[in-house]
Ligand binder design. Structure first.
Ligand SMILES: N[C@](CCCC[B-](O)(O)O)(CCN1CCCCC1)C(=O)O
Ligand SMILES: [Mn+2]
Ligand SMILES: [Mn+2]
Ligand SMILES: [Mn+2]
Length: 304
């Protein structure tokens, strides 16, 4: 089994510079060597070439639409190519708009995939419901078939055909959901385990129910889109939209181990590491904790 690593050095899905350094600070922290020491055959394919599209005027309130679209088209093609070559893919972000390209590309080859979205946020605003206009808060609206009729044409995204159904998506870690996102989750019955449910049922029960709801027969390829702000900000402070009361390190480990144990993890996004948003020691803490969770996704066993 080969694990292909792709860097997505990108920050234009949100306003805080720094997530473009995410891939490199994770590499510098030794994420590749940590994975190789598990016996995983890791190939680092380098970074997606990012182009800033000139005169990329906002569309209504959506910022940097053409630049976000162009970068994600490249990511989509790169992920599709690797999945087609039977590689597992680890996509290092970069802000969470990366999920547009990553999931789209994955779905071109594995249309039967399911998505586990680990995040403090629902990231399902449409361009019309978004208060911020930041595309990292909207990625799922570009991917969900059931939302297509509610999403206006955004310049540059002509390539992005919705490829995911709401029944194939499940959230874990929610604790900062906008009113419009709440409406969408209710209206379409999207499976969602907020931190309230994590507290109520415990992480074991939440992971079991989540996987059972999207893939009861346990056969479908899994795409995990992991926003590091799903973890408690005391663990991953170097991120753009921290929210208190997040997943503990051990809850994150357990979730990753159970996903790994399915043997069906196909693509993992690691999004929203922003080294510029904190002090040196908080940056170090963030990349170490992120790396430690990543190794559990790829077979690190705490039991030995
Ligand atoms: N829902 C938010 C946050 C999105 C976070 C993206 B992620 O998960 O990739 O980090 C927040 C909108 N919110 C509205 C009320 C005022 C504060 C911002 C948005 O901008 O849409
Ligand atoms: Mn988030
Ligand atoms: Mn997110
Ligand atoms: Mn964030």
């Amino acid at each position: 089994e080969t694990l292909g690593v792709i860097g997505f050095p990108f920050s234009k899905g949100q306003p805080r510079n720094g997530t473009e350094h995410g891939p490199n600070v994770l590499r510098e922290a030794g994420i590749i060597t940590s994975l190789q020491s598990l016996g995983v055959n890791v190939i680092d394919h380098g970074d997606i070439e990012i182009e800033v599209v000139p005169r990329d005027e906002p569309m209504k309130n959506v910022r940097n639409p053409r630049t976000v679209a162009a970068a994600n088209k490249k990511l989509s093609d790169a992920v599709a190519k690797l999945v087609k070559m039977n590689q597992s893919v680890l996509a290092l972000g970069g802000d969470h708009c990366m999920a547009i390209g990553s999931i789209h590309g994955h779905a071109q080859v594995e249309p039967n995939l399911v998505v586990v979205w680990v995040d403090a946020h629902a990231d399902v605003n449409t361009p019309l419901t978004s208060v911020s206009g930041n595309i990292h808060g909207m990625p799922l609206s570009f991917l969900l078939k059931e939302l297509e009729e509610f999403v206006p044409k955004v310049p540059g995204f002509e390539w992005c055909k919705p490829c995911l159904s709401v029944r194939d998506l499940v959230y874990i870690g929610l604790r900062d959901v906008d009113p419009a996102e709440r409406l969408i989750i209710e209206k379409f019955g999207i499976h969602a385990y907020s931190m309230q449910e994590v507290d109520k049922y415990g992480i074991k029960e939440v992971v079991e129910r989540a996987l059972n709801q999207v893939d009861p027969s346990g056969v479908r390829p899994i795409h995990v889109s992991f926003d590091v702000d799903a973890m408690d900000p005391t663990l991953t402070p170097a991120t753009g939209t921290p929210v208190s009361g997040g997943l503990s390190l051990r809850e994150s480990f357990y979730l990753a181990e159970e996903i790994s144990n399915t043997g069906r993890l196909s693509v993992l996004d690691i999004a929203e590491v922003n080294p510029l948003l904190s002090t040196e020691d908080k940056r170090k803490l963030t990349v170490i904790n992120t790396t430690d969770v990543s190794t559990k996704f790829y077979g690190y066993r705490r039991q030995g």
